[in-house]
Design a protein around this ligand. Sequence first.
Ligand code: G4P
Length: 282
Amino acid sequence: MTIQWFPGHMAKARREVSEKLKFVDIVFELIDARLPLSSRNPMLDQIVQQKPRLVLLNKADLADPAQTSLWINYFREQGHQVLALTAKEDKSVKQILPASKKVLAEKIARDKERGLKPRAIRAMVLGIPNVGKSTLLNHLAGKKVASTGNRPGVTKGQQWLRFGSQLELLDTPGILWPKFEDPAVGKKLALTGAIKDDLLHLDDLALYELEVFCRFYPEQLKARYKLTDDELFMELPELLMLISEKRGFKDDYERASEMLILELRQGKLGRYTLDRFEELSD
Ligand code: G4P
């Protein structure tokens, strides 16, 4: 089945995001650190335009740290301030305020020269579904959540959340859709849980997972499923059959596939990155 990319979705999301952009100083663009390209919306640059941006490679705790470092450099070279983030951890989230100040350093200095009273930085969180937007908002706002009420002009019902006295966040994040016309991108998004896996065959996903792990993380795969070196060189469908047998699923490859995908998502196969920096073709 081909997964569709609906232009209608995009147009609506774009309108909603553009409306919110007017009220903020900075955008926090959340990307999945395991998919630094596939989890971005390709129209994001067009939508965000010149609005200052902080790129956050979230779920860094699940990603391959060596790849994350390479991707951080990649985004820096593109002129972005970027942080590897674990939105679930307060310690990690605390880095966001100083990084935002860096992004806005010129504006802050200009305001100061003009004698303007310093005010809290206003931000919005933007990203595809499941990338961790709500988690980030909850951890940023934490117990200090204080809605400062509606501001004139802000979409009705729109509230601000406060992180200390220096940062205010729109309480509803901007949601963008990933583009998954490319089947490999679709598989990557489904494996990490960003899109529903009922759109793809489970065994296709599991075979893709095995392909990636045989190639980039063979030791992790061997350890988890007690495989020998030779077994790693089997044809992928045979390897799936073998793992299925080892786990007692006999020839129920659907169940074996489900188990492989679930264990990947639960982090039982260790850290991994599906978008490979070395495969970047720009
Ligand atoms: P969204 O608003 O962008 O749609 O995403 P949301 O915050 O709901 O996060 C989606 C899932 O990703 C949640 O897991 C959340 O806990 C997890 N998550 C978010 N940030 C991080 C992170 O930095 N590291 C890790 N390891 N996970 C993260 P879930 O299984 O759907 O929910 P739950 O079991 O945590 O309740």
